[in-house]
Structure formats: C-alpha cells, structure tokens
Ligand binder design. Sequence first.
Ligand code: NAD
Length: 372
Amino acid sequence: MQLFTLIEEREHEQVVFCSDQKSGLRAIIAIHNTSLGPALGGTRMWAYTSDEDALTDVLRLSRGMTYKASVAGLNLGGGKAVIIGDPNKNKTEALFRAFGRYVEGLAGRYITAEDVGTAVRDMEYVRMETKYVTGIDKALGGSGDPSPVTAFGVYVGMKASMKELTGSDSLRGKRIAVQGAGHVAEYLCKHAAKEGAKLFISDIYGDKAKKVAEGVKAEVVDPEKIYDVEADIFCPCALGAIVNDETIPRFKFKIIAGGANNQLADEAKHGKALIEKDIMYAPDYAINAGGLINVYNELEGYSQERAMKQAEGIYDTMLRIYSISKQNNIPTYEASNRLAEQRVASIGRLKSIYAGKSQFVGRLGENDFGKK
Ligand code: NAD
C-alpha cells in the first residue's frame, strides 16, 4: 500500500492510526481539511475485510465532510474516524474510552460523533475521555435527535428546487413520493402536508409507512413501486444508491430532493442520466446538511431555534447551486462541489490575516466556531 500516495491523492492533512491491543482498538482518524475550522465527522464501526478498505473508507468519508460543512456555511473542516470491528460483537467500554483518549490527544483538530455502527451510548464512553464529541443526548446537555432539523432543511431545499423549476416555491397540490418512513421522513411529511402537498409513502416495514401516512393523509405505496409513482418530487429518505441504472428509466419525477446520503449510485454516470431525463437533482449532502448544522450548534451551546434558522439557509444554497449548474452547464452535484471548494479557498485564506486574540466561547471552551 502506497500510504502517502493514498493520503495525498485527496489532499488529506493528517491520518492517525490508533492501536490499543488490550481493549482491541484499531481505529483510523482522517482529517481532510481544517481551513474552515476543526474537522468534524462521525465514527463508523465496521468489520472491514482489510486495513486498506478501512483506510479507503475513512479517506473518502472525511473528504465528503469537508464539502458538506463548507456548502452548509459552517466553520468546520472535514474529518471522520473508523473503528475496525464488528459493532454487534466487539463493543466494550474500554474500546470506546481508549478511542476517546486518542481523540482528546488531537486537541480539538478532530471532533467526533456517532455514525453507522456506533450509538449515543458508545459516544457517552468516548465523552468520558474527551470533550471533542458532539451529537450527544439531550439529557446530557447535547442536541439530541437531529432529524427535525434535517427534515426542515430538506423541506426548504425542496421548495427552492420547485422555485427553480416553476418560478413558485409552493408545494400546494404537488405530488411527493417519499421512500422510507423513518425519523427524517416523518418530520418532512408533516411540513409538506401542512402546505397542501399530496404524499405517497413507502417503507419496508408496512406498519411504519401506515403510521406516518395516517398522520398526513398520505397514500401507502409498496416499497418496490415507489420509483414508478407519478409524482413531481421523489424524496429518498431511506437508503443510498437508489438512483441507478435500474431505477432511472422508471422515473417520471421532475425533482429528486431527499434526506438520504449518497443517492446516486455513480455520481458522474447517474448525474448525467438525470440531466438527460430533465430531472432536477438536489445534491444530497447539500440538502441534508441540517443534521450537521444541528451538531454544529451543539458546539456553540445548543438552541434548536438557531439550528432551524441556519437550516433555512439551505433554501438559498440550493438556488446558488442551481445557478452555478446552469451558468457552467455542469451537473448540480458538481456545482455543489464547486461552491464548497470556493468557500474553503476564500474563507480559509482569511486565517492568514492576524486578528488579535479572540474571546473563546462555546461548549468546548474555545472558539473556532464563531466569535461573540
Ligand atoms: P431511519 O432509520 O429513522 O429511517 C429510515 C427508514 O427507511 C426506516 O423506517 C427503514 O425501515 C426504511 N427503509 C429501509 N430500506 C428501505 C427501502 N428499501 N424502501 C423503503 N424504506 C426503507 O433514518 P433517518 O434518520 O430517517 O434517516 C434517513 C436517511 O437520511 C438515511 O439515509 C440517513 O443516513 C440520512 N440522513 C439522516 C439524517 C438525520 O438527521 N437523521 C441526517 C442526514 C442524513
């Protein structure tokens, strides 16, 4: 493995390998870019088949976090961690506390949170060893469930997409096909229904779909049929890679705008296929940034009202993305990447201006998060 070639390929700043044999900890922390602020990203626990797979995953995911934070207008960089192990078998207090000590050792360059394979309870162990952890339980003074803020961001992003397409952002009478009836979908459906949208909902668990549908007078659709619904908007709120070779030919949607991560199975190929079908795609990491906005607010001393207000900014962000896409004749996901890169370059540069000593604020007791 050409270690430095891999690290340099995506321009990472720092990669930390953490090993504690007694607790069984094998973890990699990747810090991609800290131009905008400390690198924030969750810790994924996964039974990777090789160390190389784990490294590739953490490098890819941490880079994605730089883009997500930047496009959301946050003072955060991109980072991520992976713990190599089976989340159903290898979790112990000692393992997470050992991991927490490595995070603490980075002195705030990396802030962690839960992710696939880790839960709030695991993060409580991490928090015993470091203050650089976020997305913690409300009972412990954290921000709790991010879904209401994520859903609100998706809702306003959906409205911006409608505005771009029709000149009006109203969802009244619009038909929306929602995949997944989980946390994000439930809040999202309430916003859309309140505005008079006609909703179609699917979930692999029929009772979940039924429960959400009842609250918003939606029609329940078989999970396999959701791609065929005659709707204006497709709102993926379950899995990734659902925009693919098999599903695209079935789409009659005009807009895809949803909360799920990594919606395009192949960004370049399927981004292009959507343009050819005249389907407007709201880049997933830009429209679902409400979750990140939520944990960012926790670092500053949490207020849901402020988090919601910031998530409202996703409306303008989406309009800017569509404008860059049109002006440069590039797919929307590429326009979003460009917007993110521009902000990293232009705001990151400002750190070269000496601004004197600032007053440190925030839950973490220091201020890279906004000055008062
Ligand atoms: P969730 O687990 O509460 O809900 C997901 C739902 O999708 C579940 O009810 C599940 O049964 C259903 N589902 C799974 N496979 C399905 C399929 N093939 N067809 C239909 N339904 C299916 O998750 P959530 O918190 O609502 O998040 C939804 C998506 O948004 C995820 O991809 C998540 O990564 C992403 N996301 C969530 C947040 C957040 O704040 N929760 C933030 C950013 C991104």
